[in-house]
Design a protein around this ligand. Sequence first.
Ligand code: TZP
Ligand code: MG
Length: 220
Amino acid sequence: MPRPAARPRTSLPELPSQLRLYLVADPDHTSGDFVAMIEAALAGGVTSVQLRCKGRTDREVMNLARAIRAATHKHGALFLVNDRVDIALACGADGVHLGVDDLPIEDARKLGGSTFVVGFSPETDEQAQSARSRGADYLGVGPVFGTSTKSDAGAAIGLETISRRAGLAGVPIIGIGGITAANARSVIDAGAVGVAVVSAISMHGDPKRAAQSLGRSIER
Ligand code: TZP
Ligand code: MG
């Protein structure tokens, strides 16, 4: 079957700045109230939120997605749903984030249309290179550093792989995995437009301050 042509990336000129400080919000890796944590992170300057919610009922995920859609609208932040194009579309999210075992990029693009943001996590250089022509808008690349948040994340790929995949991709990339305020700037310097974090914000006692500190670090 022929693949749909890649749409022009100029239709998303603001995407790199929206990806600058990206919270992957996972209720299983959050201390305290989940939606309150996200609200605080947004108040602290988070520019994108991805809902990553495994092992819950569809109804539970949908209720969380609706709450996060409202919060991200209030703060002008991008909202993406991990894995689930159906839930992303139903709650009015801006897009979806897919891995190599999820719905193929081409199908998400077909379902979401040209304005739907499709993010993708490549596991190889080849996947990073082909993602743009398949219809991806940005890539999440990692784990940059060691992380205990995702059990199957694999070994750290390091900053050199960030640089190489940023060069190959032709779309903005964000780094993920083990990123803190202490090392975030190095990920940007390596070629990423932004950083994605779970625990540095959601397991921090003060998510607003954690987001502010990450923000200062990447603007340094
Ligand atoms: N994908 C690659 S590493 C990772 C995901 C979802 C987890 C990142 O979590 P943390 O706590 O920011 O290291
Ligand atoms: Mg996935």
